[in-house]
Design a protein around this ligand. Structure first.
Ligand SMILES: [Zn+2]
Length: 65
């Protein structure tokens, strides 16, 4: 019998790539939440300015480019 592994995927907040616990190269905990990254460079960028990447989820309709 084949067992489906329910692997959760996470979004690398820096580059937007989908990673999972097994594919993530690096992880970083910030404010009680663990973020996963596709590369060490992404983690470093996040570590420097976590707020910048977390706040990329803008509210709809308020900003027009
Ligand atoms: Zn990345």
């Amino acid at each position: 019998m084949k067992q489906q592994i329910n692997e959760r995927s996470f979004k690398d907040p820096v580059c937007g790539m989908e990673v999972s616990r097994t594919t993530a190269v690096d992880e970083f905990e910030y404010q009680g939440k663990t973020y996963y990254f596709c590369a060490g460079a992404c983690r470093e960028a996040f570590e420097l300015e976590p707020e910048k990447y977390i706040r990329q989820h803008r509210q709809h309709g308020f900003r027009k480019m």
